[in-house]
Every structure is written in C-alpha cells, then in structure tokens.
Design a protein around this ligand. Structure first.
Ligand code: AMP
Length: 210
C-alpha cells in the first residue's frame, strides 16, 4: 500500500503517519525528517538545506526527488509506505509517476490557516526519532519527553510564527496545486483535520476502506 499524506504545515501529517504505520506495518517516509537529519549532521548538503528550511521555503525539487528515490528503494519500503510531506509541488508529483510509483490514495488533511498557526506554537518534536507532539492536543506521557524513544523534546526552529506564515504562503502557491493533480486522477480523499488525533485517524481509515 502506498499512501500520500497531504496537507499544510502543521496539519497533522506526521502524527497521523505515525498512527497509520503502527496499524499498517509499513514505514512512514518523511522528507522533512530526512532533511532535518541531514541538517543535524552539519554535512554540506545539510548546510544547503538549512538555508531553505529556516526561511520556510521548499528545498529545490531535484535534491528532494533524489533523496526520496533513494529512500523508497530500501528494503523496508518493499511492501509499501506512507509519504509524509512529499510531493510538495507538481514537479515532485510528476517525478513519482516517472519513477513508476503507483499511489493507492492521497489523504488530504484539511485544516484552516488560523488553526494551523495556533497549532504550530504548541508543537514539540523529538530531535532523535522525529515523533511529533502538541503541548495541549497531543501531549507526551512524561513532560517534554518523547513517548517513543525517551529523548528530550524541542521546538522546531521553523515553527516560529513568522516562518509559519511564510510556510503557509508556500503551501498555497506551490503545494496546493499538487492536490488538484491527484483530484483529477480520482485519488484524493479529503479529511477534516481539525478534530482530535484519534478521531482523525478513524476518519482516515474509514476513507481508505480499512
Ligand atoms: P516538514 O517537516 O514536512 O514540515 O518539512 C520541513 C521543511 O523541510 C519544509 O518547510 C521544507 O523546507 C523542507 N521540505 C520537506 N519536504 C519537502 C519537499 N517534499 N520538498 C521541498 N522541501 C521540503
């Protein structure tokens, strides 16, 4: 099963991807997490990535497409995967087609810009395993500690209000057109992403007929 989780920044893609993986037994592939890992190693590629992420801009398509290609060729992706944060532009969606990747469904988490801005300020993430939490809506069991791996949670540098606004702008101009691309193919499933985490997971599985 190959599923794309689509949605604006902070729409809940990472959280839902993690819930879906646990149930479906397939990995989630987050280009955002791969990019953050590269940044944390301080590699030359990481330094290049940081220039874009810090401004809330997209990393150039060619770089992200190569990274994604390499990731989904690994053995753990053989039975399928959930794409979290890819594609984020029409050229990226076309690249998936050119790779011969058959997508079963595209789940779009629909959340208003206002709700996204509210959510982002409370988001805390695990720098080690990438798990995502929210101080109010999805708190960790132990304060500021990752439920999954025990590392101390942090706030993402691109979750600052100013950067969030830029990311929303980029989402509407560059990423939303890819939604229409999948709608035209009859693959798009729109989900109200404004409720609580468990209720949204249930809506997703219902839409997928699982
Ligand atoms: P995310 O964790 O998915 O919100 O991604 C964080 C940041 O990484 C984004 O704001 C972009 O700068 C970059 N990024 C992640 N995925 C992509 C992608 N598919 N294309 C371009 N840039 C990306």
């Amino acid at each position: 099963m190959r599923i794309i989780l689509f949605g604006g920044p902070g729409a809940g893609k990472g959280t839902q991807a993690s819930a879906m993986c646990a149930r479906l037994g397939i990995p989630s592939v987050s280009t955002g997490n791969i990019i953050r890992e590269a940044i944390s190693t301080g590699s030359s590629l990481g330094v290049e990535f940081k220039k874009y992420t810090d401004k809330g801009e997209l990393v150039p398509d060619s770089l992200v497409i190569d990274m994604l290609k390499e990731r989904i060729a690994r053995p753990d992706c053989a039975n399928g995967y959930i794409l979290d944060g890819f594609p984020r532009s029409i050229p990226q969606a076309e690249a998936l087609d050119e790779m011969g990747v058959e997508i079963d469904a595209v789940v779009s988490l629909e959340v208003s810009d206002e709700a996204i801005e509210r959510r982002m300020t409370g988001r805390r993430v695990c720098p080690k395993c990438g798990e995502s939490f929210h101080l109010v809506y999805n708190p960790p069991k132990v304060e500021m500690t990752c439920d999954k791996c025990g590392a101390a949670l942090v706030q993402r540098s691109d979750d600052k209000a100013e950067t969030v606004r830029e990311r929303l702008k980029v989402y509407h101009s560059q990423t939303e057109p890819a939604k229409a691309y999948y709608e035209a193919k009859g693959k798009l499933k729109k989900i109200d992403g404004s409720g609580n985490v468990e209720a949204i997971t249930a809506l997703i599985f219902e839409a997928l007929g699982l």
